[in-house]
Write a protein that binds this ligand. Structure first.
Ligand SMILES: [Fe+2]
Length: 302
């Protein structure tokens, strides 16, 4: 198997890009269950990036970059889906439409929006009205499922209220996906409070310690669900690596915008035909692959 992640192989990139065929066909790979010769190990490829904070800093340039980078991923190596992992806007309720119309409408792959603590909702406004799916949502394609969950559900206009995912909803929906080969969970805020097992800042319980046990319950649920492959968080702009708990990996994906944090970028996940999967953080400004890790998938015979 080609080790695509040791570093991006420029020659291969050129080969794939100049073939003229791959770019047009790859987005349908996952949904058609088809494998193409040029990237024959990849059966699905998706990106997770968040914290665009539309309205803060160089947000117009950051939004342009985000669309360009995702479309480039799609053209070069295929991108089946993009998850915009929370803090899409910044404490506003009226910027979703401009963001969608001017920028996100140009994305050439399906996108799902994960709700973050800065994604305010007005009284009569719902996530579903804006994004055409609710804040707690399951995407199921072939052998794999993706679950997005709201972690700011207590108050839609208070960015300091970090909450656990809805345990009852998550329990029910993980059960419904139990025969899937793999489940990926995308939640803006980490469910563990800073300091426990050296976890980083800004998890559930950060400003309201009484909420910490609810976050731990969500993690226990995740860690007792065999087919959960990985969890992806945003929110803490300084983090772009992996934390382990109960045998499950929890990844952070730095940021796509705002004025502070680690290098701007996003995380890619690749699932291969041979039954393996990998994820890595990508810094598009430096063309650097960072924090690459193997993921464990269930065996294919079920
Ligand atoms: Fe956040």
């Amino acid at each position: 198997m080609k080790n695509l992640l040791s570093q991006f192989d420029r020659r291969e990139f050129l080969l794939v890009t100049t073939s003229g065929v791959v770019g047009a066909m790859l987005p349908y790979r996952l949904f058609a269950g088809r494998v193409l010769a040029d990237t024959d190990e990849i059966v699905a490829r998706f990106a997770v990036g968040g914290d665009l904070h539309f309205g803060q800093g160089e947000f117009e340039q950051n939004s342009t970059n985000l669309v360009d980078w995702m479309n480039r991923e799609r053209d070069q190596r295929g991108l089946d889906m993009f998850f915009l992992n929370g803090d899409i806007v910044h404490d506003t309720t009226d910027q979703y439409l401009p963001l969608k119309e001017r920028y996100l409408s140009k994305l050439q792959m399906p996108m799902w929006a994960v709700k973050g603590n800065h994604d305010f909702l007005a009284k009569e406004q719902t996530w579903n009205d804006i994004w055409e799916h609710p804040e707690n949502h399951v995407i199921r394609q072939g052998d794999f499922s993706w679950i997005i969950a709201d972690t700011s559900r207590a108050d839609n206009q208070d960015s300091t209220d970090y909450t656990a995912a809805d345990l009852e909803w998550l329990t029910k929906n993980l059960e419904e996906q139990q025969n899937q080969r793999g489940v990926f969970i995308i939640m803006h805020i980490a469910q563990r409070r800073e300091g426990i097992d050296n976890w980083p800042k800004f998890g559930v319980g950060h400003s309201r310690p009484e909420r910490a046990p609810e976050g731990e319950q969500v993690m226990q649920l995740i860690e007792s669900t065999p087919n959960v492959v990985a969890v992806f968080h945003g929110h803490n702009h300084n983090e772009r690596g992996r934390y382990l708990s109960g045998g499950k990996p929890y990844f952070f994906c730095s940021r796509l915008g705002h004025t502070w944090g680690n290098t701007i970028g996003y995380r890619i996940v690749e699932i291969y035909q041979g039954g393996t999967a990998k994820t890595y953080q990508y810094d598009p400004n430096a063309d650097a692959v960072l924090e690459a890790h193997e993921l464990n998938l269930k065996s294919q015979n079920h």
